[in-house]
Structure formats: structure tokens, C-alpha cells
Ligand binder design. Structure first.
Ligand code: NIG
Ligand code: FE
Length: 400
């Protein structure tokens, strides 16, 4: 297949921001060639061509941080927060993540899957071709495994690549209140081993926060992950500074996520350890936070910045990658170009998936065709979806 007559945003360092009058040759789910049409090798010009009518083509979007699988919803907490009760206070009173844990434990896998597919469809309709999905609303063996299986099942039912992350260290379940060490050692780590033995985990995450787990407990979880050969990442410095970035750096984490309260020395550690910073403006917006992540310092230190929806029922009920990009610009001061990099090449970095995130020979043919003229329009509009077509491994699949 040959896509002709498009404007290409390849995200390759060697290419300009937009290549006008471009062509892309796709072969067996992989990009064979991409560049200015005038340079197209003659041997490829005989492919079945599809006229893009001047539209903009970018890499498929990658949502590198979501909690897409969960039971119930937290609309009642949204109302409480609007009355002035804060997120941490709701969590301490047994609501928040724990209320979703109750709903997720009670829900049959079929219900979790149906609801998660609805959310996955929203992401796909705005161009997502790869999504990371975390467990962490089970906090017991059966429910954590159920969540991971549901996450994997999504990729069997949709043209969407799913990467699963074990987040057993998300919150302390009610039955262990007062004894986080016992939960960590007798549930969180053994369940991780079980899930890994069943091939259900691509990475391990934790929530290092006053209302969740401390650096010692997360350290034990990361040790166990290391012994299983699983890469780690961390919800770090979201609501307060807990030393999560420093801990993640020690374990060579793929990414540190949220990081509103990260400081200059943390940024230096991110750069040294080669970690990607994952910005989650949906949670910042929903919780009405005021402390912004250290974007200027990360730019100076050349820390790659990814952007994700953090889709979850509490702090970020967001299923729009384009709105996440808009919020990253409006709330955190990213440029539209940085926001698009954040959902393509840098999101691929955050997940350590070098086979995607750019339009380049040898990489997956995950592409978005947009009815816009410039890449900045993607982050600029609010509540408007200009996706014309989505290709996942070369297959056109706009509609699920
Ligand atoms: O990424 N920070 C912790 N975890 C989620 C929120 C989960 C929830 O509130 O249900 C987050 O914001
Ligand atoms: Fe999260």
C-alpha cells in the first residue's frame, strides 16, 4: 500500500516538522519507506495507492499511562470534591481508589471488559493505536489477575496494542489497614510473581505517596520485579515530594509519572537514569492542583516528556488523548509540538517500544490521518475530533 498526497509528521530527528507532498509505503504491517514523494523509489511507486487528499499523517497515538479497566464510577466523589473535600481526605476516609476496588472486586470480568472496551473505543476514535493499562483496583490475587486478563482481552477484540502493567502497590486494601508491610510482602509481591508466571505483565508500577506506599515498600516491590526481569515505573511526587524519583532512578525505571512535586535534583536524576517523564494533565485538572511539573528544568536537561490521559475513575476520567495534549499545553506550558511528541515518540520511549512512535522504515505502520493542515491544530482545538483514518499495523480501522 502506498499513501500518497499527504503532509507527513514523521517525528524523526532528521526530518523537518512537516514534509509536504509526502508518500508512505507500507508492507505487511510495517512502514517500508516514508518521505517527500519526489524521492520515492520507482520500485515502490507501483504499489496500490491511496490518495490522502493533502491530509496530515502522524504516527499513531500512544497512551502510555491508563487505568482503563475498573468497575463502577466515582461521580459521587466528583460532587464531594466540588463541595471542597479533597482527594486525599476522601481516600483516607475509605473512598477514592478503595471505592473502585470494591466495585472492581464485585464486577464480573465480562462487565469489566464491556466497560473498558467502551473507553478503548473513545481512545481509538481519536487515533490511539497503543495503550498501556494498569491493574491496581483488585489488590487481591483473583481481582488483580482478572484485571490483567481483561486488559489483554481488549487487544483480542480491537485493533489496538495493549501493554499491561502490574500496579499491586496502588493502595492499601481495607483488610490490611494498619499493616502495609504485610500487604506488600504477602499479597502484592506474591501476586506479581503469579501474574508474571502467567505472562500477564509487561511492567511493574507503584504509587509512592503518603496515602499509598513509602519508598521502602515500593523498593521491595521493585526488587521483586527486578528478580523477575520486569521493568519498573512509578507514580511519583504527584501530591507531595516523597523521594519517588530518586527511588525510580535507582532501579533504572522506564518512566516517572505525574511528578508535579519533582525538584531540580530529581530532574538531574531523570536525565542521568534515562527516564521519561510522563505528564498527566487530566489528573492535575480534575484535582484542581496548582503545583506544576518542572517543565522548564526538564527541557534544559533534555528529559523526554510524554503525555497520557491517566484514564481512571477518580483523578482523571478522561478518554480523550487530544484533550490531554491540549491540557499539557494550556496547563503545563508544553508547545503543541512537544504535546504531539509526548503522545508519539516520547510515549514509545516511556514504554520502551522502539518499534513505534515515528513514521520510519522498519517501524510498525501505526498511523493517524487527520483533517488538519498543521500539527499544532491537534492540540489547539477543544472537543473536536479531526481524525479521518487510523491505521494499526497497516490496517485501516477508524471504527472499532
Ligand atoms: O494516576 N495516583 C494514583 N493513581 C491514579 C488515580 C487512581 C484513582 O483515583 O482511582 C492516578 O491519578
Ligand atoms: Fe495513574
Amino acid at each position: 500500500m502506498l499513501l500518497t498526497n499527504c503532509s507527513l509528521v514523521s517525528m524523526r530527528d532528521e526530518d523537518p516538522g512537516v514534509i509536504r507532498h509526502a508518500a508512505i509505503a507500507v508492507d505487511g504491517g510495517t512502514v517500508r519507506w516514508a518521505g517527500a514523494a519526489k524521492d520515492l523509489p520507482a520500485s515502490l511507486s507501483r504499489n496500490n495507492s491511496v490518495d490522502m487528499e493533502g491530509r496530515l499523517v502522524t504516527p499513531g497515538l500512544i497512551d502510555c499511562h491508563t487505568h482503563l479497566v475498573f468497575g463502577g464510577n466515582r461521580a459521587a466523589e466528583f460532587e464531594q470534591r466540588l463541595q471542597g473535600v479533597d482527594y486525599a481526605a476522601i481516600a483516607r476516609a475509605g473512598g477514592g481508589i478503595l471505592s473502585t476496588v470494591r466495585a472492581t472486586r464485585a464486577a464480573p470480568g465480562s462487565t469489566l471488559l464491556k466497560d473498558a472496551l467502551g473507553r478503548a473505543d473513545c481512545l481509538m476514535a481519536e487515533g490511539v493505536t497503543t495503550v498501556e493499562i494498569k491493574s491496581g483496583y483488585g489488590l487481591d490475587q483473583d481481582t488483580e489477575l482478572k484485571m490483567l486478563r481483561v486488559a489483554r482481552a481488549i487487544s483480542e477484540q480491537r485493533m489496538l496494542d495493549v501493554r499491561t502493567t502490574y500496579l499491586g502497590a496502588h493502595a492499601l486494601p481495607e483488610e490490611f489497614i494498619g499493616d502495609p508491610d504485610a500487604y506488600t510482602d504477602t499479597v502484592c509481591i506474591p501476586v506479581m510473581r503469579r501474574a508474571a508466571s502467567q505472562g500477564l505483565i509487561d511492567a511493574v508500577d507503584g504509587f509512592c505517596e503518603e496515602i499509598a506506599f513509602d519508598a521502602d515498600q515500593i523498593g521491595r516491590v521493585f526488587e521483586a520485579a527486578r528478580s523477575l526481569g520486569l521493568p519498573v515505573k512509578l507514580h511519583a511526587e504527584q501530591l507531595s515530594h516523597q523521594g519517588g524519583v530518586a527511588l525510580a532512578a535507582q532501579y533504572g525505571a522506564m518512566s516517572v509519572d505525574h511528578i508535579e512535586y519533582a525538584r531540580e535534583p530529581d530532574v538531574a536524576l531523570m536525565a542521568q537514569a534515562g527516564m521519561t517523564a510522563v505528564l498527566l494533565p487530566g489528573a492535575f485538572y480534575t484535582l484542581g492542583e496548582t503545583q506544576r511539573p518542572p517543565v522548564a528544568a526538564m527541557r534544559r536537561a533534555e528529559v523526554p516528556m510524554a503525555v497520557a490521559t491517566d484514564c481512571n475513575p477518580g483523578s482523571s476520567p478522561l478518554t480523550s488523548p487530544l484533550l490531554a495534549m491540549n491540557m499539557a499545553c494550556t496547563l503545563f506550558g508544553l508547545t503543541p509540538d512537544e504535546a504531539l511528541r509526548g503522545m508519539t515518540i516520547n510515549a514509545a520511549r516511556a514504554l520502551r517500544l522502539p518499534d513505534r512512535g515515528q513514521v520510519a522504515p522498519g517501524l510498525r505502520a501505526d498511523l493517524c490521518v487527520w483533517d488538519v493542515d498543521t500539527p499544532a491544530e491537534l492540540a489547539y482545538r477543544i472537543g473536536f475530533n479531526p481524525l479521518h483514518q487510523r491505521y494499526c499495523q497497516g490496517e485501516p480501522s477508524w471504527k472499532p
